[in-house]
Design a protein around this ligand. Structure first.
Ligand code: CMC
Length: 438
């Protein structure tokens, strides 16, 4: 029988029935499988996909990623071209609005972001309550969540003007909160945002100004930070972005939603990996210790942090750019000796069958921490440096999700593996159980 192209024919061997399911954009709709039943009482076929290894959860026009060919584009523009030619705020505008800004649009956008870099004085007081050694990601996450109480109208997510206002506020305030958390731990007075500085220069001024009227950032370092921010701005449906979409799908306000995304980012398998890479390099210490470390990884006792990616099965294009940025940064700061260990580690890993077979390459986190450390950041600040620019991607994806008529509250199904129905047993009849068995 001649079948329509762009369809999938499925024969259910349980019933010998055949179904024709449309294929579009290389996908079938999981809901189309629901018609496949063994009888009227059957719920219908579902897909089982732990960790969403093969499930597209949305349609998105923001970021294109081809993991096999090592391609990353924002709104169609190759990441390499954006990193070479744009400022971070220009890329932020592109990601949020879909087009590169004209000069006038960029000026207006920059002014709007700058106008919203200040935080309420009570936010400062709130942050003073953190312990002196509080982790910066914990401070960022909770302070962003607290903003929800400062802007109660933010919950009106159906109003595009109000939505836009929160997007601008969040992009503006993120570096301020991050810098305040940095200085809080050092016991330094907070530095207020300076509207005459660029996004990264202002951040550096809020971090590192001491008694001078204004911290004079090296143009090479502020540009390097700008490039790193561009590279981290979005990465389609990663763990934190999926969290942003899932939490946002319940129509929680954007501050609560962004705080949830920050929580997801903080894990060592996601954004927290950059911090772990530095710890790993510090532990390895010398090139001589690398083979022993690699053996531990191959034996399954350790992970080579900063290696591997769910989607990239080829070199991560961001890691390639970051490696170049490292050379420029070291010209100013002096060479971070950890780079030599990292390069050697990469060389050995990339020629080892274990890593080749599994297509494990350095990811964005492998080299970024080495640069951040050379610039003066401590490892526990690194994930914050990921979170500031990723806020742009989270918000763009959140906005896209809210405008997508196909999206509803995220609510996956499960395959129940527990006990079938059983009758209640009164306490006196339950006997004694070893604690370890509970
Ligand atoms: N070191 C050693 N072995 C690894 C590593 C690694 N870094 N990553 C994956 N593997 C092995 C893994 O053990 C498995 O081996 P086997 O087939 O023998 O069981 C195989 O490679 C496939 O790995 P997986 O865990 O099934 O892959 P995944 O897609 O579920 O995980 C990952 C992706 C990024 C969580 C993982 O590669 C990893 O844990 N990497 C280290 C942490 C890291 O650098 N994370 C940053 C990711 S990039 C930035 C971001 O998105 O946040």
């Amino acid at each position: 029988m001649q079948q329509e192209p762009d369809t999938l024919t499925v024969t259910d061997n349980r019933t010998n029935l055949t179904y024709t399911i449309p294929v579009s954009n290389g996908t079938i709709r999981a809901i189309d499988l629901r018609q496949i039943k063994t009888g009227p009482d059957d719920f219908g076929l579902m897909t089982y996909d732990p960790a969403f290894m093969n499930t597209a959860s949305c349609r998105s026009a923001i970021t294109y990623l081809d993991g096999d060919r090592g391609i990353l584009r924002y709104r169609g523009y190759p990441i390499e071209q954006l990193a070479d030619n744009c400022t971070f705020l220009e890329v932020a505008y592109l990601i949020i609005n879909g087009e590169l800004p004209t000069e006038e649009e960029l000026n207006t956008w920059t002014c709007q972001i700058q106008r919203h870099t200040m935080v309420h004085e009570n936010v400062k007081k709130f942050m003073e309550g953190f312990h002196h050694d509080a982790h910066p990601m914990g401070m960022l996450m909770t302070t962003v969540a607290a903003l929800s109480t400062f802007y109660p109208n933010a919950r009106n997510i159906a109003d595009p003007t109000i939505r836009r206002q929160q997007i601008i506020r969040l992009i503006g305030k993120m570096p301020t909160i991050a810098a305040y958390s940095y200085r809080h731990r050092l016991g330094l007075p907070y530095v207020y945002p300076d509207p005459d500085l660029s996004y990264t220069q202002n951040y550096m001024n809020m971090l590192w100004r001491r008694i001078e009227p204004r911290y004079s950032a090296s143009p090479v370092l502020s540009r390097a930070l700008e490039v790193l921010f561009i590279l981290h701005a979005d990465h389609e449906q990663n763990c934190s972005t999926s969290t942003m979409r899932a939490v946002g799908s319940s129509h929680a306000d954007p501050y609560a939603t962004t705080a949830a995304a920050i929580a997801a980012l903080s894990g060592p398998l996601h954004g927290g990996a950059n911090e772990e890479v530095l710890r790993m390099l510090a532990e390895i210490k010398t090139k001589e210790n690398i083979p022993g470390f690699i053996e531990q990884v191959k034996a399954g006792n350790r992970k080579l942090m900063g290696f591997g990616h769910r989607v990239y099965k080829n070199y991560d294009p961001r890691a390639r750019i970051i490696k170049q940025v490292a050379d420029e940064v070291f010209e100013v700061t002096g060479r971070n000796p950890k780079i030599d260990i990292a390069i050697e580690l990469e060389k050995i890993a990339l020629s080892d069958e274990y890593f080749i077979k599994r297509k494990l390459y350095p990811n964005v986190d492998f080299y970024s921490g080495i640069i951040y450390q050379a610039m003066g950041f401590t490892p526990d600040e690194f994930t914050v440096l990921f979170g500031i620019p990723r806020t742009v991607g989270w918000l763009a994806q959140w906005q896209e999700m809210l405008g997508d008529s196909e999206q509803k509250i995220a609510r996956p199904r499960q395959v129940y593996t527990g006990v079938e129905q059983r009758d209640f047993i009164p306490m006196r009849e339950r006997g004694v159980r070893e604690l370890a068995e509970v």
